[in-house]
Design a protein around this ligand. Structure first.
Ligand SMILES: CC(C)(COP(=O)(O)OP(=O)(O)OC[C@H]1O[C@@H](n2cnc3c(N)ncnc32)[C@H](O)[C@@H]1OP(=O)(O)O)[C@@H](O)C(=O)NCCC(=O)NCCS
Length: 185
């Protein structure tokens, strides 16, 4: 990987994955501040806009350390941020990373999740030279399970009582996708 200061921009038919900027705060807040969107996320919905500012700073710091690769998902025409997608828990040595995706409610059910993963997966395998991608999903998050399984991820196990969020203990389904099994979508 020889990118310097920013993640590369990746474009598809309706969305663009791009570097997040401070002016994206309000768009980001409308996603991460919505309790319905955050129902299966690893932390509760934000209550203050300031969290969006801190979040963008953390994303930039994570990229500078080459630990976190988190793009804004922007609508192609308007460039408005609809959500984010992430490669985290990255190990160059083990050639693996975990995939995360979040979109605002108005974007659900339009195939945009699939469009995003169809940009992110080839990037991870071909540009970052990874061999394995993982996803950690709440068993009740049917929409997300359908998205990842539809993109070729395979259920590998159930991790019991892995998260404590919203005052509840939650299990995780762990899914994996191997480069050697991957069929480009
Ligand atoms: C998970 C998420 C990104 C999915 O995005 P999306 O744009 O709705 O996904 P898509 O429209 O591409 O749909 C993906 C698949 O789910 C299916 N699906 C859509 N709505 C569904 C529902 N209510 N229940 C089950 N499956 C559903 C679609 O049919 C599609 O399958 P197909 O491609 O075989 O037709 C989005 O719902 C989201 O951001 N949720 C909140 C954050 C979250 O939970 N993220 C996942 C944590 S890893």
């Amino acid at each position: 990987m020889n990118w310097s200061s920013e993640l590369p921009t990746l474009s598809a038919e309706r969305v663009r994955l791009r570097w997040l900027r401070p002016e994206d705060c309000e768009d980001l807040f409308s996603v991460f501040g919505d309790p319905a969107v955050m129902a299966y996320w690893s932390h509760p919905a934000w209550e203050q806009l300031e969290r969006a500012r801190e979040y963008i700073r953390d994303i930039h710091a994570g990229f500078a350390a080459r630990q976190l690769f988190q793009w804004g998902v922007a609508e192609l025409d308007s460039d408005i941020i609809l959500g984010t997608c992430t490669l985290c828990s990255y190990s160059a040595e083990q050639k693996r990373a975990e995939v995360g995706i979040i979109l605002g409610r108005a974007s659900w059910g339009r195939g945009l999740g699939r469009e995003v993963l169809n940009l992110l997966i080839p990037f991870a395998f071909e540009e970052m030279d990874l061999e394995r991608l993982e996803a950690d999903i709440d068993p009740n998050n049917e929409r997300s399970l359908a998205l990842f399984e539809g993109c070729g991820f395979v259920r590998e196990g159930l991790l019991r009582e892995r998260w404590r969020v919203h005052g509840e203990v939650q299990d995780s389904v762990l899914l994996g996708l191997l480069k050697r099994e991957w069929i480009p979508g």
